[in-house]
Design a protein around this ligand. Structure first.
Ligand code: NAD
Ligand code: MN
Length: 355
């Protein structure tokens, strides 16, 4: 029997609602697969912790996570605390502290879900977007001076390193190679950004040589948004910098039906540290505390976690249950145009797992 040590960090807003639901689902799964079990440890980090302690998580918080097999994360973001504090103080601290340099976001239109794209059959949209997760535009390098004066300046410097670019592109080529279509689109902006993005392009040419069976193309990020809408079937695997990936994946999530469905994994491909799995949505202040949150994004993230842990049967069982449940419009939450509550969706998933 394999016992997995899983850290649960619900965080803020609807994160506190969807993570406990996900723990219930995983416990059910463990009951059905006697070969696995989960040992959950919950951490109360986030906005409330900040109000008490002045920090989003303890100074030595990473040490408490270091030996876990994986981390399930809800959301960081509090109506009364500036977003850059909640983001940098918790989520990015973990992503960067554990060098989870590949942010992986699968996008598909699940059965029963309507895409806002008028002419898109579900099979025409099947993407995995890899977002560089450790440097680029979000490296945190920059500063402000002369605050409040007319001479005030502020900079955010985008840092691209050869090591950082090579490793994320190699990861993406590898991922593309593992998918049936074996195609990678490298997102760039080397027409306007003539240093970092030009190096990014050059490195793509170099890494592509290691993967002769993978076809690839290059697309400017602005053109990529139009291509995602007009020719979704031309895209398979994508790799982008931190900022470009951030934006493209929200668009991808919306095109697949709802932000409430989309999952993500913050992966350390070398497995030196635990990887972290989370829905891509945030705290959703407008619906928090109402039981309206769609938990599917979190459940799908748990699927990614199980896959990362190498639990093939459990992965398949949970994904099949999710797809069964999305097929039924009576089980759609409000973000999908339905009237189901979060609990209804969880109960239905649990029932499907038992079948
Ligand atoms: P958001 O994702 O919280 O909400 C955007 C919209 O989508 C809202 O209308 C919300 O109700 C809806 N929505 C999101 N998830 C849903 C779900 N599971 N079910 C149903 N509806 C859902 O994004 P935002 O409003 O830009 O941000 C709110 C807060 O969350 C901010 O503080 C922001 O910094 C934070 N945030 C955190 C993360 C993260 O921790 N990974 C990601 C995005 C935003
Ligand atoms: Mn984002």
């Amino acid at each position: 029997m394999k016992k997995y040590q899983i850290a649960l960090i619900p965080g803020d807003g609807i994160g506190k609602e969807v993570i406990p639901e996900c723990a219930r689902v995983l416990k059910t799964l463990a009951k059905c697969y006697s070969k696995i079990s989960f040992d959950f440890q919950e951490f109360d980090w986030g906005g409330d912790y900040y109000r008490q302690h002045g920090v989003m998580m303890p100074e030595d918080g990473l040490d408490a996570l270091r030996n876990k097999d994986a981390i399930l994360f809800g959301s960081a973001g509090d109506p009364d605390i500036p977003d850059h504090i909640t983001l940098w103080g918790l989520r990015l601290k973990i992503c960067q502290g554990f060098d989870q340099y590949a942010n992986v976001r699968p996008t598909r239109i699940l059965p029963g879900i309507k895409s806002p794209l008028r002419q898109c059959e579900p099979h025409q949209l099947d993407w995995v977007i890899v977002r560089e997760n450790s440097e680029g535009e979000y490296s945190g390098v920059g500063g402000r001076a002369h605050q409040g004066h007319p001479t005030e300046v502020a900079t955010d410097m985008s840092i691209l390193t050869r090591v950082g670019v090579e490793r994320v592109q190699r990861f993406a080529f590898n991922l593309a190679q593992s998918r049936p279509r074996k195609h990678l689109t490298v997102i760039t902006k080397s027409n306007a950004q003539r240093h970092g993005m030009v190096m990014w392009d050059e490195i793509a040419v170099q890494i592509a040589k290691e993967f002769p069976d993978v076809t690839w193309d290059k697309e400017l990020v602005d053109a990529a948004t139009a291509r995602m809408i007009n020719r979704p079937e031309s895209i398979d695997t994508v790799v982008a910098t931190n900022l470009h990936g951030d934006i493209l994946t929200d668009l991808a999530a919306a095109l697949a039906g709802s932000l409430g469905i989309a999952p993500t994994g913050n992966i350390d491909p070398e497995r030196r540290y635990p990887s972290m799995f989370e829905p891509i949505h945030g705290s959703a202040f407008d619906i928090m505390g109402k039981g309206l949150a769609n938990p599917i994004g979190t459940f799908w993230s748990a699927v990614m976690m199980l896959e990362h842990l190498g639990e093939k049967d459990a992965t398949k069982c949970l994904m099949t249950a999710i797809e069964k449940v999305t097929t039924n419009p009576a089980l759609h939450t409000r973000d999908l145009g339905g009237t189901a509550m979060m609990k209804d969706v969880t109960e239905a998933i649990i029932k499907e797992i038992h079948l």
